[in-house]
Structure formats: C-alpha cells, structure tokens
Design a binder for this molecule. Sequence first.
Ligand code: GTB
Length: 216
Amino acid sequence: MTVTITAFERSPDRGNGLARDMRLRWAFEEVGQPYEVRLLSFKTMKEPAHLALQPFGQIPTYEDGDLALFESGAIVFHIAERHGGLLPDDAHARARAITWMFAALNTLEPPIFDRSLVRILERDEPWYEQRLSALDDVIRRRLESLSTHLGDADWLDGAFSAGDLLMVTVLRRLQGSGMLEERPNLAAYVARAEARPAYKRAFEAQLAVFTASSTG
Ligand code: GTB
C-alpha cells in the first residue's frame, strides 16, 4: 500500500514550495519511495476526519496502513529511519544528523517563521518595525553561527542528510529578505540543495498542484 500524505489544495505560497508538505515530498524523492497526496481545503483541515489525524488541523500528515503521523519533522525522521539515504549508518554520524534536524526546527525555524507571520499579520501595528528589526537581529545571529559551522563544506555534517533537508526548507523561507545573500556560503548551500534531482522532482510535484488549482 502506498503512503498517503496531505497538502494544501491551494497553497497560499503560490507554488513556491514553502508549505511543509514539501519536506515530505523531498524526503520521499531522496529515498526513492512513491507517495500519494490527498489535497485539503482550509475548511476540510478543520473537520473531524482530519483532526483525527492532525489534532491542530494542519497539513502535512502521513498515513501508512494503520499508522498515522503528523509533524513534518517527525515524518521526515520516520521516512529516514525506514529507508536508506537520509541518515548515515554510523551511530555517531546518525546522532549528529538528527541533531541538525532538531537545530533546523528548534533553533532556526522559530525566528524565521515568526518573521513571516509578523510580516503578514502585524504590518499595520505600531510596533511592526521594531519587532521586525528585533527578529532580523536574532535571525542574523543564527545565520552567522550556521555560516561559520558550514564553512566551505557542502553539507552540515559529511554527506547530505535529513538535517540538511530540513535546514534548507527552513532557510528557503528567507527568500526575498536578502539575509541569505549576506552569507554567500549559505546562499550556495541552499542553491546546492535545490539543484538535487530529488528536490527538483518534489518542487515540480507541489507546483503542479498549484498550477492545476489556478487553471482548473
Ligand atoms: N509543526 C507543524 C509541522 O511541522 O508539521 C506545523 C504544520 C503547519 O504549520 N502547517 C501549515 C498549516 O496547515 C502549513 S505549512 N496551516 C494551516 C492552519 O494552521 O490552519 C506552513 C506554511 C503556510 C503557508 C506558507 N506560505 O504561504 O508561504 C508557508 C508555510
């Protein structure tokens, strides 16, 4: 039985691959496993059938027989554990790759995600400029540390791993901010990941959903 994931019927990012189903699609492509997608409207995501799979009424989810999962990081980890290609076999290298998965989701993603929310929801508030500037400072400090760690390496710890996959999906949310370009090795890191055939297949698949939803 093929695994089924959920994604936006019509993504607000207009096919930019910024919604979190992109992480799952990319992971499946990296490990060479097929997947099916059930598309959901915002209304359907809040109905009992979906809430039974995702208590917060969000995408993505993962269903494989009687196993249902939510949280994109947990799902990428599950895919990486079940199939080769996203986590090293060596125990220490594997633990370090998992550490980078957590660093992407716990250390980089919170201020980067907050920044995009503030830009959408708080633009007309009197504190907007100050809040944005404070978040930009935090993000720049995180990027500086990440850039120093990466140096001139291709990936965060040896071979490409689920840690890089999650980190790149987080960094991509900074597109248009100019902050990645301030750190050329990070901009090159993201570009290197986006050039991977698996990334390209995943990106095209989610873009096709948006294109169909706009022309259909
Ligand atoms: N921690 C959860 C996970 O990692 O799976 C977070 C899941 C989540 O935030 N899902 C979002 C969602 O379902 C979609 S990805 N939102 C609907 C809701 O909460 O009602 C977040 C997202 C949304 C939109 C853009 N965008 O337009 O650029 C990018 C990312």
